[in-house]
Write a protein that binds this ligand. Structure first.
Ligand code: ZN
Length: 105
């Protein structure tokens, strides 16, 4: 077992999990079910972790995670030029008016 990735952000944990799944790399998520106790614990105590079941996959998996971080750093929230609504980077079109993101060609 080897720890691959830790984040407070469930969205990025899920992205890493999906990526590993897509590459058929065996993994598990720890602290996955701790969020139910959020009321008593600080968010840092329930930080989810992605662990590789087989250490041999680490170099491959780590490269995938680095790629993912690169993509995340390049995609930022954007403001619709038509209706000036703020959109999350994950959206390709404005959720308010349907205008395409300026990043989308
Ligand atoms: Zn818009």
């Amino acid at each position: 077992m080897k720890k691959l990735y830790v984040s407070n952000d469930w969205f990025s944990i899920q992205q890493v999990a999906q990526l590993l799944e897509a590459h058929r790399i065996p993994f598990m998520v720890k602290n996955e079910f701790s969020s139910g106790a959020m009321g008593e614990l600080s968010p840092f105590d329930v930080q989810p972790e992605v662990w590789l079941i087989d250490d041999d996959w680490f170099a491959r998996a780590n490269a995938l995670v680095e790629d993912l971080k690169q993509v995340a750093a390049n995609s930022r929230d954007w403001t619709c030029y038509r209706c000036t609504e703020d959109n999350d980077a994950a959206f390709e079109v404005c959720w308010q008016c349907g205008e395409a993101s300026p990043d989308t060609e």
